[in-house]
Design a binder for this molecule. Structure first.
Ligand SMILES: NC(=O)c1ccc[n+]([C@@H]2O[C@H](COP(=O)([O-])OP(=O)(O)OC[C@H]3O[C@@H](n4cnc5c(N)ncnc54)[C@H](O)[C@@H]3O)[C@@H](O)[C@H]2O)c1
Length: 336
């Protein structure tokens, strides 16, 4: 069991040992611990070994020469030089916020990046500064395009956030698959089964076995609609930013033939661009939903971002407990 402060220090030290620059090690440790605190352990310490393995194999560049090209006051393009995804995504959102401050809207495309963890971390930064934000990232093949039985699109999350004055921000952040791939990875690591109806094995049969799901396909949300959305993200992040796309993003756990070359897209804009009454109207909008009759009278109607906000608040001071296998992996990383 670790306090979040201690865990962050340990992870930072591990990344420093693997050659990351001081600030990059700090950002990366921060994101991994953030995932543990909000209860998204699928994107936490269980992935640390993978990042370290890829640095050792020179597939993540620990000392990248990241270049930012400013196309206009609003638009920037980042060449991340195959750095760890946390660092380029963090830079991407900061640049998008800075562009939005100047011109009302900021758009930043990032190429040659890697797995960046949880989208909500980046969205929160913009929302805390009172902006509306949308972000996308593509990911390695997991979902079969509608009509095919071979995976090609990633779980390709879409995240969207708006500030809600004196209330918890609205932050929607979701994979385009029925469950995120991290849940399958962690079920495999811990010897657990998957829920029924989220994945098919390589023969096209429904499976609850994580190993079979990883070599088969994950099912998209909403059938052809989810497949279409995952495709949209692949176009925006892969084709549009100049990164890998169409099934060519490399799996970080299994494909060591080169850097991932993932793309991200960040769009940030001022909330009052069209209507000065945004603060009042967004509260009203949420109130109308919250006041609806409940399906289960004991359960409040939640809006996206609420649960994670409470998780963060309640867990920040609590000790983080890692599953035994993940704990053991961490000890090896500490001691080697
Ligand atoms: N970097 C990558 O390649 C990658 C890929 C996939 C997912 N992810 C990340 O994994 C994380 C988890 O993704 P996920 O698909 O498992 O998300 P999820 O299913 O946990 O949540 C999806 C959304 O539903 C909302 N929600 C949950 N319960 C709710 C309720 N009762 N009422 C109203 N809204 C509710 C959440 O606030 C969230 O916005 C995300 O942060 C995502 O960005 C990253």
């Amino acid at each position: 069991m670790y306090s979040s402060k201690d865990l962050k220090k340990i992870i930072k030290k591990i990344f420093l040992k693997h050659g990351l620059k001081k600030n990059d090690a700090l950002i990366s440790a921060e994101l991994i611990v953030y995932a543990e605190i909000i209860g998204a352990s699928t994107h936490g310490v269980s992935r640390l070994k993978m990042y370290c393995d890829r640095i050792k194999k020179k597939l993540i560049n620990p000392k990248p020469n990241i270049k930012i090209k400013h196309i206009s006051q609003s638009i920037s393009h980042i060449d991340a030089d195959n750095c760890i995804g946390f660092v380029s995504a963090n830079l991407g959102i900061k640049q998008a916020i800075s562009n939005a401050k100047k011109s009302g809207i900021g758009m930043v495309g990032v190429k040659k990046s890697g797995h960046y963890g949880l989208s909500s971390y980046y969205i929160e930064q913009a929302v805390k500064k009172d902006y509306i934000a949308i972000c996308f990232t593509n990911a390695p093949p997991a979902i079969a395009p509608y009509g095919s039985k071979k995976s090609l699109f990633g779980t390709n999350p879409i995240a969207f956030g708006v500030p809600v004055k004196s209330r918890i921000p609205f932050i929607f952040d979701s994979s385009m698959s029925k469950i995120n791939r991290g849940k399958i990875r962690i079920a495999e690591k811990l010897g657990k089964s998957l829920p029924y109806g989220v994945a098919l094995d390589k023969y096209g049969e429904l499976t609850t076995n994580p190993k079979d799901a990883l070599s088969g396909v994950q099912l998209p949300i909403g059938d052809h609609r989810g497949s279409g959305l995952a495709w949209m993200v692949d176009i925006l992040c892969g084709v549009f930013t100049g990164s890998s796309h169409g099934g060519k993003v490399k799996d970080p756990f299994e494909d060591f033939s080169g850097p991932q070359n993932i793309g991200h897209l960040f769009i940030v804009f001022k909330k009052n661009l069209f209507d000065k009454g945004f603060d009042k109207q967004i509260k009203l909008n949420i109130q109308r939903v919250k006041k609806l009759p409940r399906k289960d009278p004991r359960k409040k109607i939640r809006y996206p971002g609420e649960k994670k906000y409470y998780n963060f608040k309640n867990n920040l001071k609590k000790k983080i407990k890692l599953p035994k296998k993940v704990y053991n992996e961490l000890q090896i990383l500490i001691n080697t």
